[in-house]
Design a protein around this ligand. Structure first.
Ligand SMILES: Nc1ncnc2c1ncn2[C@@H]1O[C@H](COP(=O)(O)OP(=O)(O)OP(=O)(O)O)[C@@H](O)[C@H]1O
Ligand SMILES: [Mg+2]
Length: 482
């Protein structure tokens, strides 16, 4: 949009001059829409406002209908008469800066590298294609939410699909990728900081990044207006965190990944959800084979299948197991499968600083005390199917309460719904829950136990605090949780 502003004469760019409006000022949209919303809220006609601002009525009308770019002095007059702050001025300054720097749009290409050995998920690729490419006629920004349990491959799918889309010629104006750090024990990234990063990534000079959250969001929408940009929001904590980051104009598309179902998102956007589960058997074996090489895998395909089974067909566990084999010249699939016969050993799968248990810890830490207790209990319940009655009996709560707690665990993807009454828990999560139960609820010798996330004063952690807290990886602690 801003590129055209500088190129076009003021009279020709029609709605493409739109500057997004602060979310707090009513419906998000263009500078003109914001102006109209403020004018109407004050009960002023165009002529009355023009008189108060000392501007020509026709000029005002053209700006309200986004046929003309507002000057900074015009925006100051808007602020003087309408907002009492710097709302309009800040947006006009950002637009002017952008227009001045015709080449100021820095085309972002922030996607992490695609996987060399990506397997499966064909159906999900097709759904994403339909959701995010089939919107040419719509004015809405398509939003796809990929959710599922820890390590199931949400980020990998988003990234792989995004690379495919780019190689098909989509999102020519750029791709933005942000880790929102939803499950991190240190806290989720604050939209305020994320917007600053996003604005800088598309070429807004640091000194032009507005100081206010709504204005940052509005400026971001303005920059994306009229462009084809893909925004990948990885590891979202909740809908509130995403809201200020959403582009306002069609042409852009958003892929969100989250361990949560993101309640409330539907009321914000027409988001469509894709829930991921572990890979199917052949895909899981293929993932191991691709990673360790055909020669090693084909030497003992039965062992590869057992290994995949013991990894619960969960991509993160499969990758860690495969890496273990690759990094030890004499380690075979059979030897590792035997080692992983012990459920406990599966949780300790680790390569470098990636540890399977840590991925689960982050989700567990986010649970409140009651839900965490029930989660641990579920690890000890006999049988695979979980229902409210058995949960209520073992947790000593009412069936209604048990049903509520189970819904909450399903919302965090720590169990999944099997039918109207029953839930299932992934084998690795069950082993994890049982392990925690033994450490915390039995009188075991102890060991590393994740502290659940304490109530925080602020839901989001500013960038400085995140940096200060270190790498953002789960922090091992040795305290109990009761
Ligand atoms: N379909 C796949 N093919 C090959 N590798 C995969 C696939 N899906 C995931 N992986 C690999 O499995 C590991 C875990 O995947 P990923 O990080 O995408 O999981 P996630 O669901 O985003 O986890 P988290 O909840 O922690 O964010 C990564 O190394 C990823 O590259
Ligand atoms: Mg992820």
């Amino acid at each position: 949009m801003v590129r055209e502003l500088a190129q076009d004469t003021a009279a020709t760019h029609s709605s493409r001059t739109g500057a997004g409006c602060p979310a707090g000022a009513g419906a998000a949209g263009t500078f003109g829409q914001l102006l109209r919303a403020h004018r109407q809220r004050r009960g002023l006609s165009l002529s009355q406002l023009a008189a108060r601002m000392h501007f020509n009525r026709g000029h005002l009308s053209r700006i309200e209908t986004d046929k003309r770019l507002p000057s900074v002095s015009f925006a100051k007059a808007c602020d003087r008469v309408l907002s009492g702050g710097r709302t309009f001025t800040t947006i006009a300054l950002a637009l002017e800066a952008a227009a001045r720097q015709q080449q100021g749009w820095v085309q972002p290409a922030q996607l992490p590298a695609a996987k060399r050995h990506f397997v499966g998920r064909r159906g999900h690729f097709d759904r994403l294609d339909r959701l995010l490419h089939g919107h040419e006629q719509s004015l809405a920004v398509p939003v796809a939410v990929i959710n599922g349990p820890p390590g199931v491959g949400k980020t990998a799918l988003a990234v792989q699909w995004a690379h495919q889309a780019v190689s098909d010629g989509r999102f020519a104006d750029g791709q933005l990728f942000v880790d929102l750090q939803g499950p991190e024990p240190g806290g989720a990234a604050a939209p305020y900081d994320v917007l600053a990063d996003l604005l800088r990534a598309v070429g807004v000079p640091a000194e032009r990044v507005p100081a206010d959250l709504d204005q940052r969001a509005a400026t971001f929408r303005s920059y994306l207006h009229g462009r084809e940009v893909l925004l990948v929001l990885d590891n979202a904590a909740d809908a509130q965190q995403i809201r200020p980051l959403l582009p306002g104009s069609a042409g852009c598309a958003v892929v969100v990944t989250s361990r949560s179902r993101l309640p409330g998102l539907m009321s914000l956007t027409d988001a469509v959800t894709l829930s991921l589960r572990e890979l199917c058997r052949p895909e899981a074996a293929l993932l191991i084979r691709s990673a360790i090489g055909g020669a090693r895998a084909d030497a003992d395909p039965a062992a590869v299948a057992v290994l995949a089974e013991r990894c619960g067909h969960l991509p993160l566990a499969l990758v860690l197991a495969a890496e273990r084999i690759v990094s030890h010249e004499h380690h075979s699939a059979d030897a590792l499968a035997t080692e992983l016969k012990q459920e406990h050993a599966r949780l300790e799968l680790a390569e470098g600083d990636v540890v399977l248990r840590d991925a689960f810890d982050a989700s567990y830490q986010a649970l409140d005390e009651q839900t965490a207790r029930v989660f641990r209990l579920l690890g000890l319940l006999p049988g695979r199917l979980i229902d409210a009655a058995a949960t209520a009996a073992s947790a000593g709560v009412s069936q209604d309460e048990a049903a509520r707690l189970l819904r909450s665990l399903a919302g965090a993807h720590l169990i999944r719904s099997q039918d109207e009454r029953h839930y299932l828990m992934h084998d690795l999560l069950r082993a994890y829950a049982a392990d925690l139960a033994r450490r915390l609820d039995g009188n075991s010798a102890g060991g590393r136990v994740p502290a659940r996330r304490a109530e925080r004063n602020s839901r989001f952690v500013p960038a400085r605090a995140r940096v200060a807290s270190g790498t953002g990886k789960p922090v091992p602690v040795n305290t109990g949780i009761r």
